[in-house]
Design a protein around this ligand. Structure first.
Ligand SMILES: NC(=O)c1ccc[n+]([C@@H]2O[C@H](COP(=O)([O-])OP(=O)(O)OC[C@H]3O[C@@H](n4cnc5c(N)ncnc54)[C@H](OP(=O)(O)O)[C@@H]3O)[C@@H](O)[C@H]2O)c1
Ligand SMILES: *[C@@H]1O[C@H](CO)[C@@H](O)[C@H](O)[C@H]1NC(C)=O
Length: 319
């Protein structure tokens, strides 16, 4: 009888461990790696914010595949040190730095011009840089709105002809599952926020804008062999929450149990940049290397079109 009880306890213990393991396996993304061995020899990749976090891990992987990798970073010293690391880790010396500050639309225009002058190709554009903070940019817009959405919208616009000429080519847009908390109110959406809590809301709004950008862009790119994808990388331990005080991060300490490292967090970006045969899923949302249905707002074609026209107006672009 007693032996049976002990056996039962052992069984329950084993089941618990197995369950925990499955949970960790799932959350750490071990199960959802990009498994293809697609070579990128002869191709050029541009990654915004490639000097840290998910962007840097993505750059290492794509450089290993033989791509020429251009990092578009705002800080020269951080950018140069990342170039050094990425060259060393990938064994590929064709990794270069160009300066781009998404908080300045003039910087975006100057960057695009010098990129187009110095680089003959663009095969993969990864709109990766992002901020989670309050305050305003030098153009007077909200930080998250401009850095995460508007500046990337402009960058994509300025580089689109080059992408078309190099087709089949791809655009990967880093969004977030936080898009589901986003709201787009065209009266307030671009106005600077003044505290971190509101900054959190405007981050979610900007990530919804990323989803809608990908959706409308895919539509406009039909028939060009240029495709685009929106990505949620998972919850990843990076510097994204650096503006928040340490104690507020303690409030979400339990999330850290399930947090991924940047290398695991880069897998879906890498997948969308390289996987063959996903072109028919252009404009869709990818999580853990699979297409996923996003929040209803992110599927609103009318809203996507309105946001596109709103962004064009702010940038003085005419279509
Ligand atoms: N981490 C997560 O859990 C998570 C979850 C969902 C989505 N995401 C998304 O993943 C993307 C990458 O974020 P991450 O987690 O890797 O964050 P990160 O470690 O903070 O990296 C962000 C990158 O963006 C760059 N950046 C910020 N502002 C810029 C500007 N004005 N101009 C040019 N570059 C700028 C940063 O450069 P500096 O080093 O110079 O600041 C850095 O290279 C973001 O779009 C984020 O929204 C992350
Ligand atoms: C797109 O790719 C297909 C298949 O390679 C090709 O037949 C077609 O001409 C391409 N279209 C454009 C606009 O480049």
């Amino acid at each position: 009888m007693e032996a049976l009880g002990a056996l039962g306890a052992l069984g329950a213990g084993a089941a618990l461990l197995l369950g925990l393991y499955a949970l960790l396996y799932y959350y750490l993304g071990v199960a959802t790696r990009c498994r293809n061995a697609v070579s990128l020899r002869g191709k050029t990749v541009l990654i915004t914010g490639g000097n840290a976090g998910i962007g840097k891990a993505t750059a290492v992987n794509l450089a290993r595949r033989g791509a020429r990798v251009v990092l578009a970073c705002r800080d020269k010293a951080r950018g140069e040190s990342a170039v050094y690391d990425i060259r060393r880790e990938s064994g590929n010396s064709e990794v270069i730095l160009m300066i781009l500050d998404l908080g300045s639309l003039n910087s975006v225009r100057a960057f695009a011009q010098s990129f187009l002058e110095s680089e003959p190709r663009l095969d993969i554009l990864i709109n990766n840089a992002g901020v989670l903070k309050d305050g305003q940019t030098s153009d007077g817009f909200d930080q998250a709105f401009q850095v995460n959405h508007l500046a990337h919208f402009l960058l994509t616009h300025l580089l689109l002809d080059r992408l078309k000429r190099c087709a089949p080519s791809r655009i990967v847009i880093l969004s977030s599952s936080a898009h589901m908390y986003g709201k787009i109110d065209f009266r307030t959406f671009n106005k600077p926020t003044k505290c971190l809590i509101k900054g959190g809301q405007s981050y979610a709004n900007s990530k919804l804008a990323n989803m809608l950008h990908a959706r409308e862009l895919a539509k406009r790119l039909e028939g060009t062999n240029v495709t685009c994808y929106a990505v949620h990388p998972g919850i990843v331990k990076t510097e994204i929450a650096r503006s928040y005080p340490w104690w507020s991060l303690w409030l979400v300490w339990f999330v850290r149990l399930f947090i991924r490292n940047s290398e695991a967090g880069a897998q879906t970006s890498i997948y969308c940049a390289t996987e063959e045969g996903i072109e028919r899923l252009s404009g869709r949302y990818f999580v853990d290397c699979r297409a996923k249905v996003p929040s209803p707002q992110a599927c609103d074609d009318q809203l996507a079109k309105k946001l596109w026209e709103f962004s064009e107006r702010l940038l003085g672009l005419t279509s």
